[in-house]
Design a protein around this ligand. Sequence first.
Ligand SMILES: CCCCCCCCCCCCCC(=O)SCCNC(=O)CCNC(=O)[C@H](O)C(C)(C)COP(=O)(O)OP(=O)(O)OC[C@H]1O[C@@H](n2cnc3c(N)ncnc32)[C@H](O)[C@@H]1OP(=O)(O)O
Length: 194
Amino acid sequence: MSGTSSGLTPPADAVAPVRHPDAPAPGEPLGAHYGQCFGCGGEQPHGLRLEARAGDGVSVTAEFTVRPAHQGAPGLAHGGVLATALDETLGSLNWLLRTIAVTGRLETDFVRPVPVGTVLYLDAEVTAVAGRKIYSRATGRIGGPEGPVAVRAEALFIEVKVDHFTEHGRPQEIRAAMDDPDQLRRVRAFEVNP
Ligand SMILES: CCCCCCCCCCCCCC(=O)SCCNC(=O)CCNC(=O)[C@H](O)C(C)(C)COP(=O)(O)OP(=O)(O)OC[C@H]1O[C@@H](n2cnc3c(N)ncnc32)[C@H](O)[C@@H]1OP(=O)(O)O
């Protein structure tokens, strides 16, 4: 059973999303936005290390391999970890809009259990934009990119300025991210929507 709550229904004045002209080409890896990110960072030993690629329009695909550190029930992925994979994939869409945004609402359907060792094949797209509100949806499949659906989500991201992070985050991590020698990650983390 699934349904969309009213907070996830775009308003009448919502418009179709517009891919930024400098967005990575379809098929190009997006890389991590922050090395310590639990979703995509390569420096988090137990993180998901989710790898996303740009798709057509404002869409992405991503893959995440469930490891023993991600268990809930014995041998099965924790639901919160699967929600994180969806959240991270959905969050990476904002890079194609060149907008910094955070998750306001995330609704998840867990359709099938996902065993340890499984690759979760995710795809996500922005469906509408209304001012600062970005509406999107994602699907995670197992057994291959065309395999059966295991999880799906709908989300609302809210555009924020970089101050959101400098005001609420811890100074030492902000400073470390600003000093990141990886220029692409720095730009991705700190470029304010033009
Ligand atoms: C160092 C820099 C690093 C940067 C790296 C990139 C980051 C990538 C991170 C990737 C990690 C993965 C991603 C992550 O995990 S991001 C981490 C998880 N998310 C958060 O921590 C967000 C926490 N929440 C907030 O900070 C605020 O609540 C936000 C900023 C979201 C809104 O507070 P703000 O005061 O700004 O705005 P507003 O309250 O006037 O609302 C504006 C509009 O939005 C509507 N609305 C709001 N909430 C909801 C809701 N729940 N359902 C339905 N609607 C909602 C609201 O009705 C209004 O609509 P309207 O009245 O205009 O019609």
